[in-house]
Design a protein around this ligand. Structure first.
Ligand SMILES: C[S@@+](CC[C@H](N)C(=O)[O-])C[C@H]1O[C@@H](n2cnc3c(N)ncnc32)[C@H](O)[C@@H]1O
Length: 322
C-alpha cells in the first residue's frame, strides 16, 4: 500500500498556527497528513474534505483516533462553504489546500492517472462520471488538442490529438500505457533529464476530466466566505496553472493588483478581503526535495482574512442597493 508523504508539512502548520478551540478546514484530506498534524498540535477541530471515496474510506482509523475533533466530508472542495454549513460548522480559523493528487492515487494502476503503470484510462478523482477513456474516444480532434494545449501546456498538442484520432479509428483507446505509446510514437525521444513526453498530455487530460481549475477558482471564493477575520488561507500548488490562479486571487483580493488607469473615471473598489504578508511563495527546503522528489515543484502561499465582507457578499449587497 502506498503512503502519502505530506509536502511542506512544517511550513503549512507554521502558516496555519493551530490553537486550542480553533476550527480548520483541510480541503484536500488525502491520507490525512496535514489533518493529523493540525489535530496533534492543538486541541482544535478539523473538517476534512476529499472528493475521492478511497480517501474517505482510508480515513476511518483517524476518525476513531480523533473523534469528535475530526469531521469528514466527501465532495468537491468548491462546495466547502455549503459542506461546512451542512455539518453545522460556522466561520473557521484556517483553510488549507494541498492541490493535485495523492501518492496512492498516482501509484494505484487501477485509478488510471499514471502512464508508469498500465491501468484503465480512468483519471476520475470522484470515481464517477465520464472518464478519460470516454473523452479520448469521443471528443473531437480539436477538443483533444485544446485540452492538451490549455491544461497540459503541450506545444505538440495538435500532433498528439491527430495521432489519438488516427489510433482510435483502428481500436478504442482504453489503457494508460496504450495512450502513452500513441503519444510517444509522435514525439521525439527525451534527452537525459527531460520529462517523459506523455507527462504534459496526461496532466492536461486529468485536469479536464476533474474540472480542476474551475474547482480551485470556486474554492478560493468559498474559503474567503468561510474564514473569520484573522483566519488564514494556505495553499500548496504544484504546477504553474494552479499557482497562477492562486497567486492572482491572493494579489487581487489583498488590493495589491495593478491600479486602474488614472485616465479612467474613479470606480469604487471593494475593500481588500485579505492581507498578503509575502508576495513571493515559500519553497520547500533542499532537504525535503532530496527526501521527497514530489515536493520539487511545490509553492506555498498564505493570506490572512480581513474583516471586509467577502466578494460574494459584497456583490449581493451592491446588487440589492443598485
Ligand atoms: C496532494 S493530496 C493531499 C494530501 C494530504 N495533504 C496529505 O497529507 O495526505 C490531494 C487530495 O485532494 C483531493 N482533491 C483534489 N481536488 C479536489 C477537489 N476539487 N475537491 C475535493 N478533494 C480534492 C484529492 O482527491 C487528493 O486526495
Amino acid at each position: 500500500m502506498t503512503l502519502h508523504q505530506p509536502v511542506m508539512l512544517q511550513e503549512v502548520v507554521e502558516a496555519l498556527k493551530p490553537e486550542d478551540n480553533a476550527t480548520f478546514i483541510d480541503a484536500t484530506f488525502g491520507r490525512g497528513g496535514y489533518t493529523g498534524r493540525i489535530l496533534d498540535d492543538a486541541q482544535c477541530h478539523v473538517m476534512a474534505i476529499d472528493r475521492d471515496p478511497d480517501a474517505i474510506t482510508a480515513a476511518q482509523p483517524m476518525i476513531a483516533k480523533y473523534a469528535p475533533r475530526l469531521t469528514l466530508a466527501e465532495g468537491p472542495f468548491s462546495q466547502l462553504a455549503d459542506m461546512a454549513q451542512a455539518k453545522g460548522i460556522g466561520l473557521v480559523d484556517g483553510v488549507v489546500f494541498d492541490l493535485g493528487l495523492s501518492s496512492p492515487q498516482l501509484d494505484e494502476a487501477e485509478r488510471g492517472f499514471s502512464f508508469r503503470h498500465d491501468g484503465p484510462l480512468d483519471m476520475r478523482m470522484e470515481k464517477s462520471g465520464p472518464d478519460a477513456a470516454d473523452f479520448i474516444n469521443d471528443a473531437s480532434e480539436t477538443e483533444i488538442a485544446r485540452v492538451i494545449w490549455e491544461y497540459g501546456e503541450e506545444r505538440a498538442s495538435r500532433r498528439i490529438a491527430r495521432a489519438i484520432v488516427r489510433a482510435r479509428s483502428e481500436a478504442p483507446i482504453t489503457r494508460t500505457k496504450q495512450l502513452a505509446a500513441i503519444i510517444h510514437s509522435v514525439m521525439p525521444r527525451p534527452k537525459p533529464g527531460q520529462i517523459d513526453p506523455a507527462t504534459r498530455s496526461f496532466q492536461g487530460i486529468r485536469i479536464h476530466i476533474n474540472g480542476e481549475l474551475d474547482e480551485i477558482e470556486q474554492a478560493l471564493d468559498a474559503a474567503e466566505q468561510q474564514l473569520k477575520p484573522g483566519g488564514r488561507l494556505v495553499v500548496v500548488s504544484f504546477h504553474s496553472l494552479e499557482d497562477r490562479i492562486v497567486k492572482n486571487f491572493m494579489i487581487k483580493r489583498s488590493g495589491q493588483g495593478p491600479r486602474p488607469s488614472r485616465h479612467l473615471p474613479d470606480v469604487e473598489t471593494d475593500a481588500p478581503t485579505f492581507t498578503l504578508p509575502k508576495r513571493k511563495p515559500i519553497a520547500p527546503s533542499d532537504d525535503e526535495i532530496q527526501s521527497n522528489p514530489r515536493a520539487r515543484s511545490a509553492k506555498l502561499r498564505v493570506v490572512i482574512r480581513t474583516d471586509a465582507a467577502s466578494s460574494k457578499a459584497a456583490a449581493i449587497e451592491n446588487k440589492e442597493s443598485a
